[in-house]
Ligand binder design. Structure first.
Ligand SMILES: [Ca+2]
Ligand SMILES: [Ca+2]
Length: 336
């Protein structure tokens, strides 16, 4: 090839590549073709051995480790998730109930919100107070501002009080993580001891929130999943419209399928969209949240929640379509 011809050829290839790139970027939009997914198999490499140490002895303390795993296309992913807690961003949660800080009011009447700092989201707005429980980790944004980061990423099960000043309409966005001991495999040790000790138990998630302005978690929220495990085969996740569907595997315990693949299990991951926390982020293509009962979530005996029924009155536990297999979830709501 002569030099000018070669130059023209290189330019043409460049244009074609740019068009292909635009095409593939477009294909990741909410309504155009299948979403991009990554597949991983087997355990992740542990990069952080424990994000949180409980300062006092408690009965149910689990190590909250973080790992990295390489996907089928060479992309390195953080599991269970890259969190604000790990990045030391935002205000740590103010405890409603936390055995590690020994804040354990006996009932709602003993709970005081006077000392809870108000996060200024919109100066001149109204002060909203709320209560939140997440199984296991949450970070909460209001109008793009990080207002509360769960101080206990795995267990013991804690609950928190949030307070912020805001103007309606406003947007609430949560990153939620069902933490895991088997990093990259979506499984934990449960029960920890006894004759039924199971080192390969798929855990489950859940979020419940009630705010003083009447906002509660329910199926009017949007919720999307980004990390799905454990899977015997990656094809078990089927993209039905915007839903990353695994319904045939069972959506809640005790009906959820118990995989036998152990350290050979697969996981399916989806890219977390940029600026998912922002007020202007378009979640119109996302599925609605699914509501779950206390029994589904397994919290009928969880003091961080059951001691304060008045504080969560009217709110519903929410998650995506699969409470067990969907391990990283983003939930959003516009409060009008
Ligand atoms: Ca927690
Ligand atoms: Ca899980």
């Amino acid at each position: 090839m002569s030099f000018p011809v070669r130059r023209a050829w290189v330019a043409l290839v460049g244009v074609l590549a740019a068009v292909a790139l635009l095409d593939s970027a477009g294909a990741q939009g909410p309504s155009q073709g299948p979403a991009k997914r990554w597949v991983t198999r087997g355990p992740a490499r542990t990069v952080i051995h424990n994000l949180y140490r409980c300062p006092v002895p408690v009965s149910n303390h689990r190590v909250s480790a973080v790992g990295q795993i390489t996907a089928d296309d060479g992309t390195v992913l953080t599991v269970p998730a890259l969190t604000a807690l790990q990045m030391r961003k935002g205000p740590r949660s103010y405890d409603l109930y936390n055995e590690c800080t020994q804040v354990t009011p006996r009932n709602s009447a003993e709970v005081s919100t006077d000392q809870v700092p108000v996060v200024e989201v919109d100066p001149g707005g109204e002060v909203v107070t709320g209560y939140v429980v997440a199984d296991n980790y949450y970070e909460m944004y209001v109008n793009g501002r990080l207002v509360s980061v769960d101080n206990t990423p795995y267990t013991p099960f804690n609950s928190a009080i949030v307070r912020f000043r805001v103007r309606r309409p406003y947007t609430v966005a949560f990153l939620l993580v069902d933490w895991e001991e088997h990093l990259g495999l979506g499984m934990e040790l449960f029960p920890l001891t006894g004759p039924n000790r199971n080192p390969w138990y798929p855990g489950d998630g859940g979020l419940i929130l009630r705010l003083s302005d009447g906002t509660v978690t329910d199926s009017t929220w949007k919720a999307q999943s980004f990390y799905i495990a454990p899977l015997e085969r990656p094809e078990e996740v089927v993209e039905r419209g915007p839903v990353h569907d695994t319904t045939p595997l069972g959506r809640v315990h005790p009906f959820s399928r118990r995989p036998t693949c152990q350290e050979n299990c697969y996981a399916v991951h989806y890219p977390i969209p940029p600026r998912w926390w922002a007020k202007e982020f378009d979640d119109s293509g996302w599925p609605r949240a699914y509501e779950y009962t206390d029994t589904d979530i397994g919290v009928t005996n969880l003091p961080a929640y059951t001691r304060y029924p008045e504080l969560f009155e009217g709110a519903r536990w929410i998650w995506t379509v699969n409470l067990v297999l969907d391990n990283v979830v983003i939930a959003r709501k516009v409060v009008r």
